[in-house]
Design a protein around this ligand. Sequence first.
Ligand code: UGA
Length: 436
Amino acid sequence: MRITVIGTGHVGLVTCATLAALGHDVVGIDSDDEKIKTIRSGRSPFHEPGLEELMNREVSGGRLSFTTDPAEAIAEAEVVFLCVGTPPKTSGEASLVAVENAARLVAKHASRSVVVAEKSTVPAGTAQRVKRVLELERSAHEFHVCSNPEFLREGHAVEDNLHPERILVGAESDVAFEAMRRVYEPLTAKGVRLIETDIQTAELAKHACNAFLAMKISYMNGIARLCERAGADVVQVAEVMGSDSRIAREFLNAGIGYGGFCFPKDLAAFDALARQLGYDFGLLREVARLNDEAIEVVAAKVKEILWNLEEKHIALWGLSFKPNTSDTRLSPALKLARKLLDEGARVVGYDPEALANAKNDVPDLELANDPLDAARGAHCLVVATEWDEFLGVDLAKLKELMVYPVVVDGRNLFDPAAMKDAGFSYYPTGRPAIIQ
Ligand code: UGA
């Protein structure tokens, strides 16, 4: 099929590459000239495992191209995916200006009937707005709007798109359903389930999924607070809970909380939508409160251990919002860095992929080129993001380099017994501390 993807951010670029890999002819369009230049030079503007290779393979194969020219990109498209950003306003609501503008571009440049698929995460009711914009533009062509939310995780995005657990399409016309069945036929032929609903159900289901996952994390962070007080072990509690198939083990890891550009903003937008619809969904705000508290707890722990933070050197391992990404947007690690810096500490961070983004976000943060370098002369090491690389660090060397052998593990990355054997005072999250 001839497919156009508007917006080549994280969702859009992965969508471009994977739809081309499924055999479609795909054009990706973005108004950001620099971004398109980078992509055309064969580089992804962000770190995503497997993306650059796939993108370059499909470009060389002739199925994928990129442009900044909407006329060229949209004219012949059978399906246009809207993958533009929906950043939060100060009220928490999602800003839908880019979605409206993208819809207008489609109406202006279409030269045939088009299926318009929303992929960006949007509040329920957005598709009806998109439909209205398309009508008001008085195009000579027919438009069929549908919702096709993505469920990809950064760091696994290519894999998630090529082997999804399910595909969700909300539509109100057979033309739209039929087109989306054709788009995803290579996957459904292999047994992937395609769930079809009305449009607002699909839109709302996406927010419901993300809010639920965020709730699982915050629930466990609340349990961690109880475990810390009761002397229990949150990791073992998670194992027990997760062995119940009704609960499932994923997303039960207590730590310094969730971040990234999805959960925090989606939760706020979902809460705003609930209020607009006349329902006070207070649970969502409690989830966000527990998430903020998770960072406070780690910061308080560091302060309690080190007493005065002025003139203390704190090593911070992991700066991205989760492992396997260079993305630092709303990263709990950077929120923690700011807090420690505000208290007067010197903070030296290390991350395998996110150093440049972190420096941009928190200029006062000092950076090191490897984990041991960050810890040289440190009074305390805080693990903020659980990169596998940290597990390979020589603990004896680490201890030798530090002024105080103190590790605060905000992600429960390390094995407490190994930390004990290596002679560290070890403070995990929601598990008994080892003080020596
Ligand atoms: C999330 C969802 O997982 C995807 O399904 C969804 O498509 C995506 O948002 C989106 O809406 O675009 P992502 O933001 O890439 O994906 O990251 P996750 O892997 O979900 O992690 C989110 C945050 O939760 C991270 O900061 C992570 O460290 C934290 N987390 C995750 C925990 O603190 N504990 C856990 O047990 C799991």
